[in-house]
Design a protein around this ligand. Structure first.
Ligand SMILES: Nc1ncnc2c1ncn2[C@@H]1O[C@H](COP(=O)(O)OP(=O)(O)OP(=O)(O)O)[C@@H](O)[C@H]1O
Length: 539
């Protein structure tokens, strides 16, 4: 169903400005949107904050009929629906919290033969229900099912870090909507070649007309750094002293640098922030809820004018909603806080605060321990610098913490996410899922352990960017985007040099070895070494 939609170009630019309030397309967006409107199946893998949502939202606005958007998280759907409503776009979501009367009104509209709703957001689980499938068939028969967009498409694959069995059932779309064919747009920020292959196969994307689009996975405006820390505190549920000290020292440096920039005469010595400066926003990802609570408390009491809040799944839903709402606001946090303006506004969160969080002002993302997956590393660090300005990603790393995370990765079957009455997980699938988690975590370790390669280059390699460049180069539609991931000293290895980073790592290793000799931790080193080595043997 490839159409000639050249006449829509005017609409596209007009819609971008008038409806979405943006002055211009970002590189590649125009090409992707054009391919979507032309009726191609589209695979878009673009870095976090690229603006992937616009690539299916704008086509939905300029086309007739309904675009079905499959999205993994309620909070993500709610955020996007609220943003689209603010633009005046007819949009709806059906999910577990939608009142019955609202649900009926939505279904009535989309079955009316001339629906007003342009975008309908649903979860993959909802797409498995018989009633909804029946309704979709009716919309399709009326010629009003324009396209399907699969957001966070990596969730389809068992090799994707956020695997959801119900995503697998989305093969139903291609099997069912053949005449006329309903084009599918798949979007993700993080997919390895294996995951991409699964996505294309499972969704039945049409290889002949499929358009691939890709931007480098590493974000040039993010400075990636790994901090090798010695571990003093062996209590993994608290916030380790060494890291707290390092963090507070780093925040002091950030503050002094900013002061010096704002007030060069004071040589960075001024203790008083300028009254109108908004706080510097950051996220600290921690592995456990207890650490989130403790660390937020420590930061609030540090005497450094920090406003820190903990965010994790153990908080009441109303608190989480409030924090997320405050965080998602496009206005600087200073205008939303009561009391004197803090110097830093920090969310200390578990990975419950992840995919899709879109706040342009985040200047730093810190991982208190190595993240559980490589894709999580890319996704979570990608919450920083979404306004395109310089931002920092720091990972605190030591081998004790690495081994603890490994234990969690192995134990992490995520029963609440993997069990699904529509798509129960088989033993084989569970095994593949564990292998995938370990493979992904091994990439995190390789990223952290490396002291002689640009971190941007490592991200690029592990994300399989090269293969995507080859796929894209076989298309006629090319982007202006450079395919390399130029670091320009935007990582610790390139900035400080291998010798200095290796020295820091050696100090950390020495301290870890001493700690181990004292029997201070009991990680399963054999298991770890096995996976570590098999990973490199396989590569
Ligand atoms: N052409 C544009 N001009 C200005 N801002 C844009 C443009 N396109 C998108 N944006 C903004 O960029 C931000 C990020 O967009 P979006 O949330 O779609 O990113 P994403 O690619 O889905 O990222 P992630 O994978 O991290 O969720 C949003 O605030 C969006 O409004």
């Amino acid at each position: 169903m490839v159409n000639d939609h050249n006449h829509l170009w005017v609409d596209i630019d007009f819609t971008l400005r008038r409806v979405f309030g943006k002055t211009s397309f970002r590189p590649l967006q125009r090409e992707v949107i054009s391919a979507v409107i032309d009726g191609h199946d589209v695979f878009l893998q673009a870095a976090t904050s690229f603006g992937k949502s616009l690539c299916f939202q704008l086509p939905a606005v300029v086309s007739h009929g309904v675009t079905l958007v499959v999205s993994p998280l309620l909070s993500l759907m709610v955020d996007q629906v609220a943003a689209l409503e603010a633009y005046g776009i007819p949009v709806a979501t059906i999910n577990g919290t939608t009142p019955l009367s609202e649900r009926k009104a939505i279904i009535e509209d989309i079955l009316s033969g001339h629906p007003k709703i342009r975008l309908l957001y649903v979860t993959p689980e909802f797409c498995c229900t018989e009633t909804f499938r029946r309704n979709l068939k009716r919309i399709h028969a009326q010629g009003e099912l324009t396209r399907v967009a699969i957001d966070e498409a990596h969730c389809i694959s068992e090799w994707g870090h956020d695997f959801r069995p119900a995503y697998k059932e989305l093969s139903w779309f291609r099997e069912t909507f053949k005449n006329p064919l309903v084009p599918i747009t798949a979007l993700t920020a993080t997919a390895t070649p294996k995951v991409r292959n699964d996505i294309v196969k499972l969704l039945g994307l049409d290889k002949d007309s499929l358009k691939w689009f890709h931007t480098p996975s590493a974000r040039p405006n993010i400075h990636y750094e790994v901090k090798y820390v010695e571990e003093i505190d062996d209590d993994c549920t608290s916030a380790d002293e060494e890291r707290v000290h390092d963090l507070l020292t780093w925040l002091d440096t950030v503050r002094k640098r900013r002061e010096a920039r704002m007030n060069p005469d004071a040589n960075g010595e001024s203790n008083e922030p300028r009254p109108k400066l908004p706080p510097i926003s950051g996220i600290i990802y921690v592995p456990l809820r207890s650490v989130a609570d403790v660390l937020a408390r420590i930061l609030n009491k540090s005497g450094r004018n920090i406003r820190a809040v903990a965010y994790h799944a153990g908080l009441p839903a109303s608190d989480r909603k409030r924090i997320q709402k405050m965080w998602a606001s496009k206005t600087p946090p200073s205008t939303q806080l009561t009391g004197p303006c803090p110097y830093f506004s920090i969310v200390v969160a578990t990975n419950a605060f992840g995919m899709g969080i879109d706040n342009p002002h985040v200047r730093f993302v810190i991982h208190w321990a190595p993240p559980r997956s490589f894709e999580g590393l890319v996704q979570e660090s990608g919450r920083a610098g979404r306004d395109g300005r310089a931002a920092v990603s720091i990972i605190y790393y030591n081998r004790n913490e690495r081994d603890r995370v490994l234990e969690r990765v192995k134990a992490d079957g995520r029963p609440e996410r993997t069990s699904n009455r529509f798509a129960p997980q088989t033993a084989g699938a569970k095994k593949r899922s564990l292998e995938a988690r370990l493979e992904s975590f091994n990439k995190v370790i390789a990223f952290c352990e490396s002291t002689d390669r640009c971190r941007h280059e490592i991200i690029r390699e592990f994300s399989g960017d090269l293969e995507l460049e080859i796929l894209m180069s076989s298309q006629t539609t090319r982007s202006n985007q450079t395919s390399s991931s130029p670091c320009d000293f935007a990582c610790d290895v390139c900035k400080y040099g291998t010798a200095e980073i290796t020295q820091k790592k050696t100090e950390m290793l020495k301290a870890s070895a001493e700690l181990e000799a004292m029997g201070a931790y009991s990680a399963d080193m054999h298991t770890f070494m096995y996976y570590w080595m098999t990973y490199f043997v396989r590569r």
